[in-house]
Every structure is written in C-alpha cells, then in structure tokens.
Design a protein around this ligand. Structure first.
Ligand code: G
Ligand code: G
Ligand code: MN
Ligand code: NA
Length: 253
C-alpha cells in the first residue's frame, strides 16, 4: 500500500521525531518525568501529530518497528536528561502490535542495556484499548518487565469500560487520569467526584497517579485538594522538541 511505503521512507529518512512533555510535582513544579510523544516531520505535509497518522500505523505492518524506534530514541534521550535531573522518568507509549511480536520484554531489556538507562527510569504507557485487543499476549511480558523495575502506567484511565477490572490483573505502577475528566473539573461535580475517587483508588492500591491535560491554575489547585500531587499539561509545559526541553531543564537547575 502507498501509505506503508511512505512510512518505510519516513523510518529510513529519519522523518520521525520525539517531542517531550513535562510531568511535574504540583507543589513546587519540580520536573519528575517526561512523556515521549511521536511527531512526523513530513516533507510535504509538515509536522504531523499522532492523530493524523497513528490509526493507520496501528493497523499496518510497521507499528512494531516504529515502536522500537520510539523506545530506543526515548531511552537514549532520557540518559542525557538524567544528567541534569537524575531521577527523571521517561514515559513511552506502546503500540498494541508490539505485544504481538512476543518480543517486547526482550526488546525493552536490550534497549535498556544498550542505552544504559536504569529500568526504574522507564515507564510504559498502555491504553485500555490496547489491553482489550491484546489482553492474552500482554500479561506475561508486562509482569516480567515490572519485575525488573520498569514502570507500567494505565493511560487515558477511566475512559474505557474495563478500567476497574483491569486493576486486578495488571502490574501497574501508575494511573494517568484522562484529560476528559480534568477539563471541567472546576465546574462539573461528577468530574470532580470521579477524579477524587481515582486518586483515592490509586492511593489505596499503592500506585502513583498523575492528572493529564491540566491547563489552568484553578484545575491545579483543585487537583491538589483532591490529593493528586503530580500533573502534566499545558499549564506546566507543552510537548516540545528535545532542544527546547534541554533549555527547560537548564532553567530548572
Ligand atoms: O502528541 P499528542 O498529544 O498529539 O498524542 C496523541 C496520542 O497519540 C497520545 O495520547 C498517545 O497515546 C499517542 N502517541 C503519541 N506518541 C506515541 C508513540 O510514540 N507511540 C504510540 N503507540 N502512541 C503514541
Ligand atoms: O494520553 P496521551 O498519551 O494521548 O496524551 C498526550 C496527548 O495530550 C498529546 O496529544 C498532548 O499534546 C495532549 N495534551 C497534553 N497536555 C494537554 C493539555 O493541557 N491540554 C490539551 N488539550 N491537550 C494536552
Ligand atoms: Mn500517553
Ligand atoms: Na492520555
């Protein structure tokens, strides 16, 4: 298909890039981590976001290869960032197809080995959608990875139908509260109650929790009142190229 050959060219021609978005401790804005977010610098269409191409990638044959590139690049970049922020964690989104290869745990271990990134510094972000489609192939590699210290975050938490039942079986280390719950948290009592419950749930389970899509100080203050200590969103920083992130890290120090 035409799109597959475009993707092939994009991989071979280094057209993919990673942007990084800060994850901060709300109390003092200290940088705790970054999420790696894929961008495609297309020679004709310009800078493309995942919304423009991810669905097609996911249904094609090259997802595992692109996923491996993301993992390798994010881990190598994180080694550099940790020279300035020693405990920084890098969050990497995973494609469902990376589980179908049966190689994920081995691939990740090899990347950590090659880059020298400690396992505790890597967090895989898994959406519930992926779990629903790949459930039977996911548990074993995720458990193996979690045992080595790699973090496992549930992304977009609360948006699917199975969120609560998945908590029982998956070796989670973090819940990422989806930004759809944050958007109207200051005006919608249901959203506020749901976020409160999710923070309580995470705390009771002994896992970390982070709110996504925090854009205003009012949202931030309400989250803090809910007991949520960590956040990601435009209020703290947009996804940015690594050169901009390095400037952000320097201003932090
Ligand atoms: O960067 P942006 O905020 O537009 O990302 C939109 C969505 O695309 C994110 O929620 C994320 O789940 C997905 N995404 C971004 N980068 C990657 C990536 O490297 N791999 C995978 N599998 N998904 C990604
Ligand atoms: O959950 P996922 O991995 O899809 O989340 C990352 C996406 O959320 C990226 O596309 C990023 O650009 C977007 N995003 C990050 N922070 C904010 C925010 O504060 N507001 C909005 N509207 N989108 C955000
Ligand atoms: Mn994510
Ligand atoms: Na999300």
């Amino acid at each position: 298909r035409a799109f597959e050959s475009e993707l092939r060219r994009a991989i071979d021609g280094n057209e993919f890039e990673l942007f990084y978005q800060p994850q901060v401790r709300i109390a003092d804005r200290a940088l705790l981590g970054v999420e790696a977010l894929l961008r495609w610098r297309h020679p004709v269409h310009g800078l493309l976001s995942p919304d423009d191409f991810l669905p097609t990638v996911e249904s094609g044959l090259l997802a595992p290869e692109i996923g491996r590139w993301v993992m390798e690049t994010a881990c190598a970049d994180a080694v550099g960032m940790r020279r300035k922020v020693p405990d920084l964690i890098v969050g990497v989104n995973v494609f469902g197809a990376q589980f179908s290869t049966g190689q994920l745990a081995i691939d990740v271990a090899a990347v950590l080995d090659r880059t020298g990134l400690p396992p505790e510094a890597l967090e895989l972000e898994i959406t519930e959608n992926i779990v629903l489609r790949h459930d039977d192939t996911m548990l074993a590699p995720l458990r193996a990875l979690r045992k080595t210290g790699v973090g496992i975050a549930f992304d977009d938490f609360g948006t699917g139908f199975a969120s609560l039942s998945l908590l029982k079986r998956y070796p989670l280390s973090r819940l990422k509260i989806d930004r759809s719950f944050i958007r109207e948290i200051c005006t919608d009592r249901v959203d506020a109650a749901v976020v409160n419950a999710m923070v309580y749930l995470a705390t009771s389970l002994g896992v970390e929790v982070i709110a996504e899509g925090v854009e205003t100080e009012a949202q931030r203050d309400l989250l803090r009142a809910c007991g949520c200590s960590t956040a990601q969103g435009y209020l703290f920083g947009r996804p940015m190229p690594i050169t901009d992130l390095n400037a952000y890290l320097s201003q932090d120090a």
